[in-house]
Design a protein around this ligand. Structure first.
Ligand code: SAH
Length: 350
């Protein structure tokens, strides 16, 4: 068996694809030995495209108001214990300035689906950031909008868009979301974003309630076919004020394994070691990078508001460990043998 696993990993590393049966077998049977082999090949593949560089993004959580009701999420509409906030334009620009001084050249604007932010307001926000920081990339992570809205944001200067597909299985999607939020629309949005010329990120949670290995195979096949520029994955972590409060969290082991597989499926991917990964393990970032990730996100949200943007419990445990400043961050990355490139860090097309 163990030889068979290594052979499959070799095959993935050489061809960047694998059959559904082979992926399922690996997902079920991978061992510490096969993981070690996978991670070494994943790092090598990443190195052949991006060298030993890791890109840093500055995350600005612009609002935790949300009209949606995703069953897993701590800022869902029905989470009545969540105290709501919305950053002003001045606050957002101050976050950018703080990040710029640190050396950050990508700002990620993330938020709940806040109906009080209009298309026009967001266009103005993006334009203002791009005027003030023309050498920086702007990434949006603001959920589902129409193709026209996405076009307007893109024309205003947005470079990238993160919209996790959450799961590529329609039934599982329906069990994680209320009926008004359809799988079809999520997928339509991803297609629209591609057409508008964004660098697009999809992604999923690992270990979400009801998820089986077969669902993860579907995620991997979807990603192979959709060809995103970025993939965000992290363990599901329960939030106390959601219907999934008592569910089990996803595992670090399965998340790291999937990072390695994703790196080999597309060596060019921008693949973050996510905050959720760093929340379930004090060395989540380092382990993620060692498994093939090449992006980390630092939180630039003002502290008062940051403590209210709790997608899952203990989220700021991870934030607190890195806000100690640039040095701490550099040290953590250096401990993996990689180093931070203080650049925009776009997808490398060739
Ligand atoms: N409203 C935006 C941003 C969502 S928050 C959007 O719809 O895209 C960003 C990501 O956090 C989500 O896509 C989801 O995958 C993840 N997330 C939400 N709740 C989580 C939880 N309880 N555990 C782990 N990840 C979670």
């Amino acid at each position: 068996m163990s030889q068979q696993l290594l052979t499959l990993i070799d095959q993935l590393s050489q061809t960047h694809m694998l059959s559904e049966e082979a992926l399922l077998l690996l997902l079920r049977e991978h061992t510490p030995v096969s993981d070690g082999y996978l991670f070494a090949l994943a790092r090598e593949a990443c190195g052949s495209v991006y060298g030993n560089k890791v890109f840093v993004r500055g995350l600005i959580e612009i609002t935790n108001h949300c009209k949606n009701d995703c069953l897993y999420c701590g800022i869902r509409r029905s989470a009545s214990s969540t105290v709501r906030y919305r950053l002003s334009m001045e606050q957002i620009l101050q976050c950018c300035e703080n990040g710029y001084v640190m050396g950050i050249r990508t700002f990620v604007l993330q938020g709940g689906e806040d109906a009080s932010f209009s298309r026009e307001q967001l266009v103005e926000m993006i334009q203002t950031i791009k005027e003030n920081y023309p050498d920086c990339a702007v990434t949006l992570s603001l959920g589902e909008w129409s193709a026209d809205d996405y076009r307007a944001f893109r024309m205003a200067g947005a470079d990238r868009y993160l919209l996790r597909h959450e799961t590529a299985d329609e039934k599982l999607y329906a069990s994680l979301h209320p009926a008004a939020q359809t799988f079809e629309n999520r997928m339509q949005c991803l297609d629209d974003l591609k057409k508008e010329g964004y660098q697009v990120g999809c992604g999923f949670m690992v270990g979400s309630p009801g998820q089986k290995e077969e669902h993860l195979v579907r995620d991997l096949c979807f990603i192979k076919q959709f060809q995103p520029h970025m993939v965000g994955i992290g363990p599901f972590i329960p939030h106390h004020d959601t219907p999934f409060a008592n569910e089990r969290a996803g595992s670090i082991r399965q998340t790291l394994f999937l990072l390695g597989i994703l790196r080999l499926l597309n060596p060019r991917l921008l693949l973050p070691a996510t905050t959720a990964l760093d929340t379930i393990d004090v060395h989540g970032w380092e382990k993620g990078i060692e498994a093939g990730a090449n992006v980390v996100m630092v939180n630039l949200t003002p502290e008062d508001e940051r403590s209210k943007y709790l997608l899952y419990d203990n989220k700021n445990r991870a934030n607190d460990r890195v806000t100690a400043g640039k040095n701490k961050l550099s040290e953590r990355i250096a401990s993996t043998g990689c180093e931070i490139a203080w650049v925009r860090g776009d997808y490398k097309y060739d």
